[in-house]
Design a protein around this ligand. Structure first.
Ligand SMILES: NC(=O)c1ccc[n+]([C@@H]2O[C@H](COP(=O)([O-])OP(=O)(O)OC[C@H]3O[C@@H](n4cnc5c(N)ncnc54)[C@H](O)[C@@H]3O)[C@@H](O)[C@H]2O)c1
Length: 443
């Protein structure tokens, strides 16, 4: 099959690479010419395990192409996936300007029947807006060309994106015509071999499904973080509570880890967007508001714990931070808890030395230049360099490499034996026996 993937970010690049891996001929289009030029040379803009090899191999085999020209790419196929960003607007709603710009471009260049697929996460009703934007251009051109708009939200997880795309739990397809359904069935057939993964529904149902999935997961996290706060007041270890409830098959173990807040490019913005959608249709979303508020509070929990133990003025203190990415397995730092923590420590006068296995380059773009120039933030090449002469170690991202630290070495190189564990990675008893003071979440 021939596919045009518009937007070559996280979703577009992973989807394009995976479709090509299954034999389809894919052209990934992006307005960012530097990104496209780099991709042609096999240089990836993001870190995702396994992606580089897949992109390079399929590019070499002539199945995966990169272009800045949507007009040219459209000539090669009649299946156009829109995978551009939908960042939060000022009122929290999903900003559709990139999606609708692409829709207009498609309308300007459409020559024959095509299926336009919204893969970006977009609010209910967006497919209608995409249809209108395309139709407007066709009307301006005075041409009558049939097309369908389909909703096919993406559920991949950063850090496990290839596995999620290649072996999905389900493939949601919102389509209103049989012709579009058939084409979607064909393109996803290789991913649906051992059982039928496709779940067909209306376009609006599919749009809502994506927001509901992310909101449900974020709700589990925020709920557990609230339970952690109650546990802390009561002298209860939330980790035992977590294991106790996770073993109930109705609840399950996933997404109930207490921690220093969720981040990333999806949960924060998608919760905000669903809150906006709800308010716009006259419903105050009490649960979603609480999920969002708890998460904002949760991102402040590490600075607060540090402040309670060491005081509000942190001048002269040095902190070793382990983990910058919003979660392990990615270099994505969008809305990462590490940003709130580091900005707050630096504002209180501290020096921060930080290490992340893959997000160091990203960190250089995220934090203001002055922080580096003034020496308030130092990125180190090795994890233990970040702890050298540190007054405390703060764990923010639960990379596997941080799971079994060398406490002996830490005691030798750190100025004081303090651990703030933002992801409850360590057994408090073990840490205390190693001679450290331990602060976790809800324990
Ligand atoms: N990142 C994830 O894990 C994930 C998972 C599921 C769904 N989503 C959703 O997928 C969508 C894309 O997310 P992302 O993380 O891949 O975004 P991203 O910011 O990484 O990538 C978006 C890309 O679109 C490009 N772009 C913008 N306008 C364009 C245009 N007119 N033509 C061509 N390219 C254009 C940008 O240059 C950028 O490379 C969002 O709606 C997001 O919510 C993301």
């Amino acid at each position: 099959m021939k596919i045009t993937m518009i937007g070559t970010g996280y979703v577009g690049l992973v989807s394009g690479a995976c479709f090509s891996e299954m034999g389809s001929s894919v052209t990934c289009v992006d307005v960012d010419d530097k990104k496209i030029e780099a991709l042609k040379l096999g240089i990836l803009p993001i870190y995702e395990p396994g992606l580089e090899a897949m992109v390079q191999q399929n590019h070499k085999e002539g199945l995966l192409h990169f272009s800045t020209s949507l007009e040219e790419a459209m000539k090669l196929s009649n299946l156009y996936f829109i995978a551009v960003g939908t960042p939060p607007g000022e009122d929290g709603s999903a900003d559709l300007k990139y999606v609708l710009k692409v829709a207009s471009e498609i309308g300007k260049n459409l020559e024959t029947y095509a299926v336009i697929v919204d893969k970006s996460t977009v609010p209910v009703g967006t497919a209608d807006k995409v249809r209108d934007a395309v139709q407007k251009e066709l009307d301006l051109r005075g041409v009558d060309i049939d097309f369908d708009v389909v909703s096919n939200p993406e559920f991949l997880k950063e850090g496990a994106a290839l596995a999620d795309f290649m072996k999905p739990d389900r493939i949601i397809v919102g389509a209103d015509t049989e012709k579009a359904r058939k084409l979607m069935q064909r393109v996803y057939a290789p991913f649906s071999r051992n059982r039928d993964k496709l779940l067909f529904m209306s376009v609006r149902d599919a749009e809502m499904t994506k927001y509901t999935a992310n909101s449900m997961l974020a709700t589990k996290i925020s709920f557990m973080n609230e339970i952690a706060a109650i546990c802390e007041r009561l002298g209860v270890d939330v980790e035992n509570v977590r294991k106790g409830i996770g073993s109930d098959s109705r609840i399950g173990y996933s997404f109930i880890y207490p921690g220093c807040g969720y981040g990333g490019s999806c949960f924060p913005k998608d919760i905000k967007a669903l809150i906006r959608t709800s308010v716009d249709c006259g419903l105050e979303p009490g649960v979603l508001n609480a999920v969002e508020e708890r998460n904002t509070e949760q991102k402040r929990i590490l600075p607060e714990k540090i402040g309670s133990r060491l005081g509000k003025d942190l001048s002269g203190f040095c902190f070793g931070v382990w983990g910058l990415a919003f979660k392990p397995g990615t270099d994505d730092m969008r809305e990462a808890s590490s940003i709130v923590l580091i900005e707050s420590l630096v504002q209180a006068g501290a020096v921060v030395k930080a290490y992340d296995p893959v997000a160091m380059e990203e960190a250089k773009k995220v934090f203001p230049r002055e922080m580096f120039d003034q020496g308030s933030l130092v990125l180190t090449d090795q994890p233990y360099d970040a702890l050298d002469r540190a007054d405390a170690m703060v764990l923010v991202t639960e990379w596997k490499t941080f799971r079994q630290p060398d406490f002996e070495m830490m005691k030798e190189i750190m100025r004081s034996p303090l651990i703030f564990d933002g992801r409850n990675q360590y057994d408090p008893q073990m840490v205390k026996e190693a001679g450290f003071e331990y602060f976790g979440i809800g324990r």
